[in-house]
Ligand binder design. Structure first.
Ligand code: DGP
Length: 113
């Protein structure tokens, strides 16, 4: 399957990786919108949150572990951060491999849309 995030997870495409575990990889977003903008992805392909199933416990706990590591290592744990996942084109999803944006390092606008 032609999926750029699968390729990044497999090390077949370059990325600035900041965290890696058995189930998850985190790397810097190529189009940063804030001083800290990291994408946390499962290594296994899931198109979006819709495809996550009840057996994906390791995947989800791995995501949580990665988010914790990223916010600690970048110093935004205390100042504040936002985690976003876009699901579907109307929500702005452009890469159809589940990913969580971890954003911080500046004041973030109070907006949900
Ligand atoms: P979304 O719009 O939620 O699907 O976010 C996709 C993000 O992925 C977007 O902020 C840009 C980022 N991105 C797309 N291609 C690449 C890539 O090849 N490398 C990296 N590091 N980020 C990418």
């Amino acid at each position: 399957m032609e999926c750029i995030f699968c390729k990044i997870a497999a090390g077949e495409l370059p990325a600035k990786k900041v965290f890696e575990s058995e189930h998850v990889v985190a790397f810097e977003d190529i189009h940063k919108v804030a001083p800290v903008h990291v994408l946390v992805i499962p290594k296994v392909h899931r198109q979006s949150l819709l495809e996550v199933n009840p057996n994906d416990v390791d995947l989800l706990s791995g995501v949580q572990e990665a988010i914790r590591a990223v916010i600690k290592d970048t110093g935004i744990e205390q100042t504040g951060f936002r985690v976003i996942t876009n699901s579907g084109a109307a929500a702005g999803q452009t890469v159809f491999h589940l990913h969580f944006h971890v954003i911080g390092g500046r004041e973030l606008a109070m907006t949900l849309a």
